[in-house]
Design a protein around this ligand. Structure first.
Ligand code: HEM
Length: 173
C-alpha cells in the first residue's frame, strides 16, 4: 500500500487520539522503530493491516469505526486540499463515486508498486447503487467509511450499508 494512506492514517490518529496511541499501536504490531516513509513509499500490506488491527485495540474501537474516522479524514480533510480538481469536477456524491474507479487507476498509473482497489458499479434501482470492491487487502470497512465521507462532503444523506466483504449498498436521497 502506498505510504500516503499510512501517513494520513497516522495524521488522523495523532490529531484525534494523540501521538501516544499511534506509538502504542505500532509497538503492539511489533514495530518498535518506525520506518521513515513518504507518500510514494510502498508499505507491506500485511504490516498495514497489522497496524490497523492494533489501532482498533489500542483505541478501543471497532474496525468499522476506524474506517469511518479514516474515511472522514481522507475525504473531508486531506484530499480536498491536495486533489481539489477531483471534487470540482464532480457536482454530486453520485458523480464523485462513479469516477472513483477511473480516479484510482489514473492516480496510481505512474506510482511504482501501486496496486489500487478497483470498483464495479451496478444499479439496483434509480436511487440504489451497489459498489463492488475488488482488492486483496480486505479493507471494505475503510471503503464504507470513505463513501460516508463523500456523503458528508457533498452534504447528502447517503444510506451506506456493507453487504459482505466485497459489496457496499448506497441509497442516494
Ligand atoms: C480524491 C479522492 C481519492 C483519492 C485521490 C484516492 C487515492 C487512493 C490511493 C493513491 C490509494 C493507495 C493505492 C495503492 O496503494 O495502490 C487509495 C487506496 C484506497 N482507496 Fe482511495 N482515493 C480517493 C477516494 C476514495 C474513495 C471515495 C473510496 C471509496 C469508494 C476509496 C477507496 C479506497 C480504498 C478502500 C483504499 C485502500 C486500498 C485497498 O483497499 O486496496 N478511495 N486511494
Amino acid at each position: 500500500m502506498k505510504g500516503v494512506i499510512v501517513l494520513q492514517l497516522k495524521g488522523m490518529v495523532i490529531e484525534k487520539f494523540g501521538k501516544n496511541k499511534w506509538e502504542e499501536a505500532l509497538a503492539k504490531a511489533g514495530i518498535y522503530k518506525e520506518p521513515i516513509i513518504t507518500v510514494i513509499s510502498n508499505v507491506d500490506d500485511n504490516t498495514v493491516v497489522a497496524v490497523v488491527n492494533s489501532l482498533c485495540e489500542v483505541l478501543g474501537i471497532s474496525l468499522p469505526q476506524l474506517g469511518d474516522a479514516f474515511g472522514d479524514y481522507w475525504v473531508n480533510v486531506y484530499t480536498p486540499k491536495i486533489y481539489a480538481s477531483f471534487y470540482a469536477n464532480a457536482k454530486t456524491a453520485k458523480d464523485f463515486l462513479l469516477k472513483m474507479d477511473d480516479v484510482h487507476i489514473a492516480m496510481t498509473k505512474n506510482m511504482q508498486g501501486a496496486d489500487p482497489p478497483r470498483f464495479g458499479y451496478e444499479w439496483e434501482d434509480g436511487k440504489t447503487l451497489i459498489m463492488k470492491y475488488i482488492s486483496k487487502r480486505g479493507l471494505i470497512d475503510f471503503m464504507v467509511g470513505l463513501i460516508k465521507g463523500v456523503g458528508k462532503y457533498y452534504r447528502e444523506d447517503l444510506k451506506v450499508t456493507k453487504l459482505g466483504n466485497d459489496r457496499v449498498k448506497i441509497v442516494f436521497p
